[in-house]
Write a protein that binds this ligand. Sequence first.
Ligand SMILES: Cc1cc2nc3c(=O)[nH]c(=O)nc-3n(C[C@H](O)[C@H](O)[C@H](O)COP(=O)(O)O)c2cc1C
Length: 218
Amino acid sequence: MSRDKKLKTLVVRYTPRNERSNTGKILDAFVKEAGSSEIEELDLAKEVPDLFLEESLGAYIQRNYLGQELSAEQKASLSKMDRMTLQVKSADIVVVAYPMNNFSMPAPVKAWFDSVMLKGQTWDAKDGRYYGLMDGRKALAIVTSGGLYSGEMSAWEHALSLARLEFQFMGYSEIQGVLGGGMNMGEEIKSGVLRRSIEDVRKIARKWYGEMAESQTA
Ligand SMILES: Cc1cc2nc3c(=O)[nH]c(=O)nc-3n(C[C@H](O)[C@H](O)[C@H](O)COP(=O)(O)O)c2cc1C
């Protein structure tokens, strides 16, 4: 990260309950600690990523695996994915925030990962080895769930664990996750989880933005 460059944080959110969203409350606490970082937001409840369908998948393979030129129509079929990929590549820190849906991430969030995990852009492969291209950057996933996923239930948890894997595959240098579980287990549990999750994200934000501010003034 260059000294003069202003830090950029990309906030990718899927919190369609808006003000009532507990995930959103935890995310807001993180963003409040972001200091002077430039914040860009992508709201996946308003802007749904494209999916790989017949034309777009064919175009992706042709361009990113075979190095072939695309027609104007083929380019158009990838344009939203390309835009989202450029956006995530422009950020020093990315924060994704969403509730657990059916033990995993909501479909728009998965579609966002599929949109930005493009070969030759955020990861690549050489001689049968895969490597990430996003080193030097940090990623945080904030997830809430109705139930608890500790102990025996941890095998059912694919909402946060999948995000960690995706960021790892893309080569992010630091990956943090906060899982606020138990949101539908009564008011007392919910308010305790909310409070602890907010403390956790504040701690991460103070560390990250503090460290980066120091490295920029050093
Ligand atoms: C469609 C849907 C699917 C859900 N699936 C799960 C689930 O698999 N496991 C779980 O623990 N909670 C599940 N929940 C509960 C939410 O994850 C939980 O209430 C979350 O905290 C809501 O976040 P929000 O307050 O940001 O909207 C589901 C909720 C919805 C609406």
